[in-house]
Design a protein around this ligand. Structure first.
Ligand SMILES: [Zn+2]
Length: 412
């Protein structure tokens, strides 16, 4: 069996056209374009003669039937961020569609059924929540989340779910829709969204785990004074204090590079007030986003950052407050599934490496209820969440072949 690269590429072009015409390539969840995408997927799978259902969490499922009563799952998402790309998420869905087609053409009859899943609304949506379908299907949600309101329509997530084929009355926090214990594993193919594979000229990445995300808000309080008449040694400058802490965050994260675990720390949002050219800043709010698979390293780094913040506050006559916003746990891939991916990659002569994902994925939630592993394919310049996001026909072909043969190996 071998995927048809042209067919896979053509599918990408077809669904790229299902975009908000004003800002290609935008297919936000719960929009008419997203509805068109789902209709396309449903019709494509039905065209292959495969049964298609929507589960209570609004995920669209197409099943390649096996002869036994156990299952393997594969999937990703088909929504995008605003002005997003043609590959993030949707490549993982189109790859399993192509795999199903190849299996059919080859007359492949697995023992385990293979369930292809298009997870509902993976990107942060107008409900201010990401990974809606995979959270709900795995029971990783709260009742408050079901009451979240859509920014524009003011509709609750509960009501929106019903409109998208889900059934909120069948969803309960802590209860998984896959809980019958019949699923033996889940694979997700996704573009890397980073530069590592391309820079090392590798065909695929075998994802060992998905990093935890830790978020803090920092508030630095100084005193607003005249920029001209306040001597340098008599200031409480919130911008200067923030700059020192932000620089230290970057240094501490950089020092972690040599320690082994994956680690990033990012200050991506800074608000200065009053934000005037001739005013010493009274207040600066900034965000901190840390990604790693190593909880101890996150703890140690946070401690170091807080120590710098304390010292800086003292040196600059400011006050620095920190608020923890969120902290998730890393989701590690299943060693047995990784070994299968590695073996198949070797057999297909694909150059590969094991790596971590700094970005969150549906697979992180799925890993809480069944063994999980992911395949990364390179993308040009590591760019993603932009209209220029690009993976080549050959890169898609190689990743999809790995997915196809891994699914075949796992389901046989
Ligand atoms: Zn994605």
């Amino acid at each position: 069996m071998k995927v048809n690269a042209d067919r896979l590429w053509d599918m990408h072009l077809q669904v790229a056209a299902l975009t908000d015409p004003a800002s290609p390539f935008t297919r936000r969840s719960f929009t008419p374009q997203y509805r068109e995408m789902r209709t396309w997927l449903r019709e494509t799978l039905i065209g292959l003669g495969l049964p298609v259902t929507v589960d209570a969490a609004g995920n669209l499922l197409g099943t390649y039937p096996g002869t036994g009563d156990r299952y393997i799952a594969v999937g990703s998402h088909t929504d995008t961020v605003p002005c997003g790309g043609r590959f993030d998420g949707v490549s993982g869905v189109l790859a399993f569609v192509e795999a199903f087609r190849c299996m059919q053409e080859a007359g492949f009859s697995p023992v385990k059924s293979i369930v292809g899943i298009d997870f509902l609304a993976e990107e942060p949506s107008e409900f201010r929540l990401s990974c809606i379908g995979s959270r709900l299907a795995t029971g990783n949600f709260t009742d408050e989340m079901m009451n979240l309101e859509h920014r524009q329509t003011k509709k609750s997530l509960r009501d929106a779910l019903a409109e998208w084929g889900g059934d909120p009355t069948k969803l309960f926090p802590g209860r998984s829709l896959f809980a019958d214990g019949k699923f033996d594993g889940f694979l997700e193919l996704h573009i890397e969204q980073g530069p590592i594979l391309e820079s090392r000229n590798l065909d695929v990445g075998l994802v060992e785990g998905i990093c935890s995300v830790t978020r803090y808000d920092f508030t630095v309080l100084g005193r607003a004074d005249h920029a001209g008449n306040t001597p340098m040694n008599m200031r409480s400058d919130a911008v200067v204090a923030s700059a020192r802490v932000i620089d230290a965050i970057s240094r501490i994260a950089g020092d972690n590079l040599s320690k082994g675990p994956y680690f990033t720390a990012t200050v991506g949002k800074v608000d200065v007030s009053p934000n005037g050219t001739n005013i010493i800043a009274e207040k600066v709010d900034f965000s901190l986003d840390i990604r790693s698979q190593d909880n101890a390293l996150v703890d140690a780094s946070l401690e170091a950052i807080f120590r710098v913040a304390e010292e800086t506050a003292e040196q600059t006559g400011t006050q620095i407050n920190t608020t923890r916003i969120s902290r998730s746990q890393p989701a590690m891939s299943d060693p047995a599934l990784l070994a299968v991916l590695e073996k198949v990659a070797g057999e297909l002569d694909l150059s590969h490496t094991r790596m971590l994902s700094g970005a969150g994925h549906d697979a992180a939630y799925v890993s809480k209820i069944m063994p999980m592993a992911m395949i990364f394919i390179p993308c040009r310049d590591g760019r993603s969440h932009t209209a220029s996001e690009f993976s080549s026909r050959e890169q898609l072909e190689k990743g999809a072949n790995l997915l196809l043969h891994s699914l075949a190996a796992l389901s046989a």
